[in-house]
Design a protein around this ligand. Structure first.
Ligand SMILES: Nc1ncnc2c1ncn2[C@@H]1O[C@H](COP(=O)(O)OP(=O)(O)OP(=O)(O)O)[C@@H](O)[C@H]1O
Length: 241
């Protein structure tokens, strides 16, 4: 059962905003004849205010599944999830309405977040400026390029200034300038106390992450001070130190 609790003080003194304990998930487990895929078998994770956390792991290891359970959009079979504060989620595949314009998309999501018209317009202007998509505000979502659609996907996760930001490979399709601007934004948000959780495949990002968790064999391993197996395989000469 999911619960919303008062923030818990951790040993380090920073607030725990999301905690998943002994999480289990098997896809297809409720289908009598279906093929079942056990993905999580007892995963534990804690996310604190003001940190940038990376979730790494091989394709199909269960990173998106874990994130969806922490966000609350996917049921888990066992374990508990506790959240404090508001959550913004940027899914791997943009979850947007093709026929709405970008401005209408902001209005729709903003209404869902209970924002006033003024707050919505201010967030739209700020994010369109920061991520450079102001000229596309009147375009329909299905007329946007992949990179611009991803900018809108990310923006609607950010627009209500959530306490926890869950990002599933948020920069797919971004050009280099936008990618760097994205990291500036993530760093600023963390400095202001937001917990930023990010599924990442890029070794280069290691230095930007406060903690790194690897999803492997159904569990979550803290690998902040280690090179993961997939990193070692992609860097056999040990050039990445
Ligand atoms: N809706 C679903 N129904 C059945 N199986 C699923 C479903 N979603 C995911 N799976 C399976 O669960 C496993 C974990 O998938 P998940 O998307 O969480 O992995 P991931 O680590 O995010 O992968 P990637 O790096 O490729 O994005 C995979 O074997 C996948 O095929």
């Amino acid at each position: 059962m999911d619960t919303t609790t008062a923030p818990t003080e951790t040993l380090g003194g920073s607030k725990t905003l999301v905690r998943g304990n002994a999480l289990e998930k098997t896809y297809g487990s409720r289908l009598p004849l279906g093929r079942s895929t056990p993905v999580l078998t007892g995963a534990d994770i804690e996310v604190h205010a003001g940190e940038i956390v990376g979730i790494v792991g091989e394709n199909g290891s269960g990173k998106s599944t874990l994130m969806k359970i922490l966000v609350g959009v996917l049921d888990h079979d066992a374990g508990t999830v506790q959240r404090h504060g508001t959550v913004g989620w940027c899914p791997q595949e943009p979850l947007l309405y093709d026929r709405l314009t970008v401005s209408e998309t902001f209005r729709l999501f903003g209404a869902g977040y209970d924002m006033t018209r003024e707050e919505i317009d201010a967030a739209k202007q700020r994010l369109a400026d920061e991520l450079d998509f102001e000229q596309y505000l009147d375009y329909r979502v299905d007329q946007l390029s992949g990179g611009n659609r991803q900018k809108v996907n990310l923006s609607v996760a950010l627009m209500h200034d959530p306490d926890v930001l869950m990002l599933d490979e948020p920069y797919t399709g971004f050009d280099w300038e936008t990618y760097l601007r994205f990291w500036d934004m993530a760093q600023d948000l963390a400095n202001d106390g937001t917990a930023v959780v990010m599924i990442s495949h890029l070794i280069e990002e290691r230095s930007r992450l406060d903690r790194v968790f690897e999803v492997r064999d159904g569990l979550v391993h803290d690998v902040t001070d280690e090179e993961t197996e997939s990193e070692l395989r992609s860097d056999p000469e040990g050039e990445h130190e």
